[in-house]
Ligand binder design. Structure first.
Ligand code: N01
Length: 535
């Protein structure tokens, strides 16, 4: 007769196998902790596993949007293009899994439905949708900021009989739009990247735009060995430059405000940024995101470029964004505006009446009835909080995280929330996360958590949890910093404004790299603002 031994709880369970979860697992294993990743997908990659829409690629340069924790990894991996495609990012992450022997500690096809803290045992119990339970002392959410798809409840949505897609849940086998009439709803980054590709295949593409986005050309290029070597011989310097800047990558930050420059210098600066391409446009002027006048100088420059590219003046005017540049995340494209010169592409303005109805054969919007073979929802995500609130997370006294965050997320440093001991959020709301090169912010959070667990073990402590006063102060600080910028001035997903009913709260923290210094200071002061306990 065999007797089943009780299974010892893990030191940590990690939810999600993207950039965050993989590095977290590696750090914990390195430090001798028992840890396991639970991943909803059938493979690793997180955001990059799900967002497989045509043209998906990163908007931060590959040599910066990659791990820095292992110099050997950075030296041996050869990125093939300036901006990595989704498939190349997947190859990279799978290489990381193999290289650091992470695979045996990862469980796929396991969507976590609940995470409950047991006050008697001091342990977390995570239960999957299939009913499997994992017990661990620490629960680390690496669930991503942009992973809970936003599907607007348009009237009649379920009645549609054609094919429906969401860019954030794209079929792994791909989609062939050849000869098809297609509607795409939304004009954010995902749409801006996919539209040029879908337009080349489809018989006709209708683009339904509620708000125009600012987009800057990527000027993507292949990277040859000489280019890569030039970076690799001095990789640390590139990383150091990036980490000293507010987006945690090198945006060639101009330390001058526009008011300190002549009109000729302003023009030259914008020309230089446009020729360089991509997100370094954020670095054009020191006061780009704090001074409306400066902002509109840069915004008008982009609008001018759109008017130059798009031949139909009325279409160009619709595509020219009206709000502040950078209030919503700036998009990076290859041939986006040019695509609207194609005869098989029609832009439809839904800013006034919205999408009126989805019908069995298509949709009605802006007074037009469209019959289409496929509808693509490029409608974004319930960002930052969605992936957490869709899990039934309960801390002390059975209180749910969703309940606690009903008026907006409450965290200390975006890392923990009072009432939820040993529960960590990697790049959680209240941390720089989406406003930075995510890989750098992820590494900073993972290092903090790994060092924290080592500290608890060394001091024979069991629990860590923020002090309520510390998190209230932090939440107020996050809001105050955002209020001093132009980022409050539009309806962005940073504010939750894209999801009906979501509280209007600025979720990420504007403040890298000072934020990283602040975290170091918290640790130096014996985890100031946290309560550490033995029982
Ligand atoms: O989502 P979005 P996304 N009726 O929220 C529209 C990152 N990312 O997936 O602006 C009609 O930006 C919505 O309109 P509006 C990046 O951080 C990175 O494109 O709310 N329209 C908007 O146009 C990015 O910011 C990369 O008025 C509706 C669109 O749908 C983030 O992910 C690539 C609507 C959604 O745009 C999200 O990007 C892709 C409705 N009811 C994404 N609801 C790269 O690295 C929403 N919309 C390159």
């Amino acid at each position: 007769m065999t007797t089943s031994k009780p299974i010892a709880p893990l030191d940590a369970v990690i939810v999600g196998a993207g950039f965050a979860g993989l590095y977290m697992l590696h750090r914990l294993r390195q430090q001798g902790f028992s840890a396991r990743i639970l991943e909803a997908g059938s493979g690793a990659g997180g955001t990059w596993f799900w967002n497989r829409y045509p043209g998906a690629r990163c908007d931060i340069e590959s040599m910066e949007y990659s791990y820095k924790f292992s110099a050997a990894l950075a030296q041996e991996w050869d990125w093939s293009e300036r901006y990595a495609t989704q498939p190349e990012l997947m190859r990279y992450l799978n290489h990381v899994i193999a290289r650091f022997n992470l695979g045996e500690h990862m469980v796929y096809d396991t969507r976590v439905a609940s995470a409950h803290f047991d006050e008697t045992t001091g342990l977390w119990a995570l239960t999957s949708t299939a009913g499997d339970t994992t017990i661990a002392r620490h629960c680390i959410m690496a669930t991503g900021c942009l992973s809970a798809a936003n599907m607007p409840e348009f009237p009649g949505r379920e009645s549609y009989t054609g094919a429906t897609y969401h860019t954030g849940k794209w079929p792994h086998e791909g989609v062939d739009f050849t000869g098809k009439t297609v509607a795409i709803i939304g004009t954010g980054s995902s749409s801006v990247q996919s539209i040029p590709f879908i337009a080349q295949e489809a018989k006709h593409l209708y683009v339904l735009q509620r708000t125009a986005s600012y987009s800057v050309p990527a000027h993507n290029t292949p990277l040859d060995a000489a280019m890569r070597d030039a970076t690799k011989t001095n990789y640390d310097a590139l990383r150091a430059r990036g980490l000293a800047q507010p987006l945690a990558f090198d945006i060639h930050l101009n330390d001058k405000a526009a008011s300190e420059l002549t009109p000729e210098q302003i023009q030259a600066e914008m020309d230089r940024r446009w020729a360089l391409g991509g997100l370094p446009i954020y670095g054009a002027f020191a006061d780009l995101l704090t001074n409306a006048q400066t902002n509109q100088l840069a915004a008008e420059y982009v609008r001018g470029k759109i008017r130059t590219v798009v031949k139909d003046a009325a279409v160009a005017e619709l595509l020219a964004p009206k709000g502040m540049l950078g209030c919503k995340r700036i998009c990076v494209d290859t041939g986006y505006y040019e695509t609207f010169n194609r005869e098989n592409v029609t832009l439809i303005d839904v800013s006034q009446q919205g999408i009126e109805e989805i019908t069995p054969t298509g949709l009605r919007a802006a007074g037009q009835t469209l019959t289409v073979d496929a509808i693509i929802y490029a409608t974004g995500f319930d960002a930052m909080t969605g992936s957490l609130e869709r899990i039934d997370i309960r801390g002390r006294g059975g209180k749910t995280l969703k309940e606690k965050w009903s008026a907006g997320p409450i965290t200390y440093l975006g890392l923990m929330s009072a009432g939820f001991p040993n529960f960590f959020t990697i790049s959680g709301p209240g941390s720089p996360s989406v406003l930075t090169n995510m890989v750098m912010s992820i590494e900073q959070h993972v290092d903090f958590i790994a060092e924290c667990l080592a500290h608890l073990r060394a001091q024979d402590l069991q629990h860590i949890e923020p002090q309520p006063g510390a998190e209230q102060t932090w939440v107020g600080h996050v809001d105050a910093v955002a209020s001093a910028t132009l980022l409050y001035s539009c309806n962005s997903w940073y504010l939750g404004a894209n999801v009906p009913g979501k509280p209007r709260v600025f979720m990420p923290y504007i403040g890298f790299p000072a934020y990283a210094d602040q975290c170091r200071e918290v640790v130096a002061q014996g985890y100031a603002g946290f309560h550490l306990s033995a029982a």
